[in-house]
Ligand binder design. Structure first.
Ligand SMILES: Nc1nc2c(ncn2[C@@H]2O[C@H](COP(=O)(O)OP(=O)(O)OP(=O)(O)O)[C@@H](O)[C@H]2O)c(=O)[nH]1
Ligand SMILES: [Mg+2]
Length: 759
């Protein structure tokens, strides 16, 4: 029956509490929220697909209801990957809010047509003209607006008829099959079915998707068995395996591709990490099973360390969701949490909303701080209601001054408005390890498997990868295995004592990167008022840079001791500026240190190699010529993302790459016998997140006894050069111990026997 029907996938998305679910209920007669958490909290968590047939026009509508709360942003992100049409639900009383802007931007990027459904028009405060004005500001006047009310049943017919005039050309029937995993449904007797949206081609039962994975059967959402399904349809697949794919996984070219690499789901970064302790091993195992089930409802990650489970979530409400599910079954203790990475803005901004008036100030390397009438208050979380806080929750690199505000909702909206006016800058999450790989090119299977971001790939065979801390060991072992030990791995350890500022100078855009001891690199971008080639405006530009950099560097200005400048069109200009700004005693550029052999020929500045100056040395380094190429990869990854300005990513990343190049001397080479080095460096640099146990199945220093055997995973070729009986020394193993000595018992299997411990 479905075959005769035209299919249209309509995404309902909008800010939290705008009235999306209510609108769908009015159309279909079914309220989409069905999870306990959703009903208790009155907010949608996961993506729902509700079908609605328009018999007259032979149209099957797949209505996709999504979450508005930013902690569950993954659900609209997932919907955007498959939607033919976006119904942007905007509350008539609140107008445009943070999520509204984000959705309009994404729909534009993905060429998805938009209809605006203004809800709550029954309320006296509803104001559709304000929404029209907001649309004008966005240059999106063409979007049609329909006024509705779920309470008074207004505008539904008009909305449906507007939706039904859209058609989507399905031209890819002959193309290869591709689909996206939108959800899971457990069915008694059958197990887990996956809900897939077919992106192209056709699918039939008993079809081999990969050598291991086959479709056993296909069902419609109404649970009817189907002989085939094609592009645009949402159906359920029963596979020959118990599916463990993450939500948002796409299948194409015969492969399942992780959402972290491919889609805008990748934007949904974990922003907080919670540590949960469970002492009973049986319950620990059970909780992992619960987490696996929950991952089928909302995307999140976790990793374990002994009896602690570390949950990576987008925000507190998402954690609440997981916690509530766990609480019913298991006793556990929350032993801590930390914010991952920092997101901040680029300049001071003010916002007002109803009774509230606030000012937000970027604080690049601090977590969120708040003051009300000049009194410091602890955390914004304490004063903001969960559903209202929208993006403000995640703008950790901020200070917020609250001048007035009767309630939390007003304050949150005012913050969101202030933030909306300025650029948002994201900074690298610090848990990740950045490595460089040489001598081996076939790293892509591992990139998928271990959810790795490709930061940079050179034309030769060098890769810069950002590897999740918790995946590092497995990744390392696998790489050694598949490359048969050929791959050369370098680990980036940022120079511990230097504070480094790097800049990628363009003629109009400057990217800055600051690297400090024990800190993640911070990025800054300056869009110059005019082109630096215009000599007469140099003084104006220098004043602009002065303000921007002072804002970015704050107290760190005085402790910077190295500057790396990319050899670009603006390098002479920025060097001049730095000499003044940092008050560097420097005649004839004698403070500039360069290793550029070609620089003199290019007619640039004369350079003298000198060892040291106080304060900072300026290093002129070869610019990455392939910034564009890096950008190509980076935009898919998450190192940095920009919200409004296109130039930001390009230059800021280049600055980071320049800084890394500048730190070339600090790159540590891991040998192929890395037991010692791998351990040392990981423990030294990432202490707390790696334990010896996860590498060697030893839980404690005390567990290591002379005569005991230490087995490193069979798959590892780390020590393939070792011969039986070779002596292995483990140095600097904890402060109380000088050395461990071991003998290898079997070179390839790397079984090491501990011989002695020097204390
Ligand atoms: N007065 C009035 N209230 C409405 C209308 N539509 C929804 N509401 C109320 O607004 C609140 C949120 O409605 P939902 O439909 O759950 O909103 P939502 O957009 O799905 O919310 P999230 O799932 O949290 O993003 C509920 O209390 C509804 O009763 C409307 O047309 N008029
Ligand atoms: Mg809802």
């Amino acid at each position: 029956m479905e075959q005769k029907y035209r299919v249209l996938n309509v995404l309902f998305a909008g800010h939290a509490q705008a009235g999306k679910s209510s609108l769908i209920e009015l159309i279909v007669g079914i309220f989409p929220d069905n999870l306990d958490f959703e009903l208790v909290h009155g907010t949608t968590v996961s993506l729902k697909v509700i079908q609605f047939e328009l018999k007259k026009s032979k149209l099957l509508l797949n209505l996709l209801d999504t979450a508005g709360h930013s902690d569950f942003k993954a659900s609209p992100a997932l919907g955007l990957e498959f939607a033919d049409l976006l119904v942007l639900v905007v509350s008539g009383t609140d107008g445009f809010q943070a999520r509204t802007f984000w959705l309009i931007e994404k729909a534009k990027e993905k060429n998805i047509p938009v209809i605006i459904a203004v809800t709550k028009m029954d309320l006296p405060a509803a104001n559709v003209n304000k929404i029209k004005k907001d649309l004008e500001k966005l240059n999106a006047r063409m979007i049609s607006i329909i006024q509705t009310s779920a309470k008074k049943n207004i505008g539904i017919e008009e909305l449906i008829s507007k939706i039904s005039i859209y058609t989507k050309h399905r031209k890819k029937i002959e193309e290869d099959l591709s689909f996206i995993i939108l959800g899971y449904e457990y069915r008694k007797g059958l197990g887990n079915l996956i809900n897939v949206g077919i992106l192209s081609g056709e699918i039939e039962p008993k079809r081999a998707l990969t050598p291991e994975v086959k479709t056993k059967a296909i069902y419609s959402l109404k649970k009817k068995p189907l002989n085939r399904a094609s592009e645009g349809e949402i159906v359920q697949l029963l596979l020959n395996i118990d599916p463990k794919f993450n939500l948002g996984t796409k299948y194409y070219h015969g492969k399942f591709i992780s959402p972290k690499i491919e889609s805008i789901m990748a934007e949904v970064l974990p922003r907080k990490e919670f540590f949960i302790e469970i002492n009973d091993p049986r319950k620990f195992k059970l909780s992992l099973e619960i987490f696996e089930k929950l991952k089928k409802i909302i995307p999140f990650d976790y990793y374990t360390e002994r009896n602690v489970i570390n949950l990576l979530v987008v925000g507190d409400l998402q954690f609440e969701f997981i916690k509530e599910r766990l609480e019913d079954l298991i006793d556990f203790k929350i032993i801590g949490s930390k914010i991952k990475g920092i997101i901040t803005i680029n300049k001071v901004s003010k916002g007002t909303h109803k009774s509230a008036s606030v000012r937000v100030v970027p604080r690049c390397r601090n977590a969120l701080t708040v003051s009300r009438e000049n009194n410091q208050i602890t955390k914004l979380y304490d004063i903001l209601a969960a559903t209202a806080a929208c993006e403000a929750f995640h703008l950790d690199g901020l200070h917020v001054d609250i001048y007035s505000g009767k309630n939390e909702d007003h304050i949150a909206q005012a913050i969101a408005k202030a933030v909306d006016k300025v650029k948002i800058i994201k900074i690298v999450p610090y848990q990740d390890i950045i490595i460089k790989i040489e001598n081996y090119t076939d790293v892509f299977p591992l990139i998928e498997k271990y959810n790795i971001e490709v930061l940079f790939q050179s034309q030769t065979d060098t890769f810069f990868l950002q590897v999740k801390n918790e995946n590092f060991e497995n990744f390392f072992n696998s790489l050694m295995k598949i490359s048969e030990g050929k791959a050369e791995i370098h680990l980036f350890k940022f120079e511990q004592n230097d504070v480094i500022l790097a800049v990628d100078p363009g003629t109009r855009h400057f990217g800055f990167c600051l690297i400090e001891k024990g800190e993640m690199p911070s990025l800054w971008f300056v869009n110059m008022k005019t082109n630096i080639e215009n000599l007469r405006s140099h003084n104006v530009l220098k004043r602009q840079l002065d303000i921007e950099l002072t804002n970015f560097l704050r107290n760190e200005k005085d402790i910077i001791n190295k500057i790396f400048v990319g050899n670009g069109p603006g390098s002479d200009f920025i060097i001049d500026f730095f000499i003044e700004y940092f008050n560097i005693p420097c005649d004839d550029y004698s403070c500039v240190i360069t290793d550029l052999s070609t620089h003199e020929e290019s007619g640039g500045l004369k350079t003298v190699v000198k060892s040291r100056f106080e304060p900072p040395d300026i290093f002129l380094v070869d610019e990455f010529k392939t910034t564009k190429e890096a950008l190509f990869h980076l935009q898919k990854g998450e190192l940095v993302s920009e919200v409004r300005s296109k130039g930001f990513v390009d230059h800021a990343i280049a600055a980071l790459l320049i800084a890394k190049r500048g730190l070339k001397g600090e790159v540590i080479k891991l040998e192929k016998k890395p037991l010692k080095q791998l351990y040392d460096y990981i423990v030294e640099n990432y202490a707390g997140s790696y334990s010896f146990s996860s590498i060697h199945n030893v839980n404690d220093l005390n567990d290591l006894k002379p005569g005991m055997y230490l087995r490193v995973k069979d798959s590892s070729r780390l020590d393939s050069n070792l011969k039986d009986g070779d002596i292995v020394s483990f140095s600097r193993f904890g402060s109380n111990y000088k050395n461990f000595l071991g003998t290898t018992l079997s070179g390839n299997k790397i079984i090491v026997k501990f011989d002695s411990i020097e204390i």
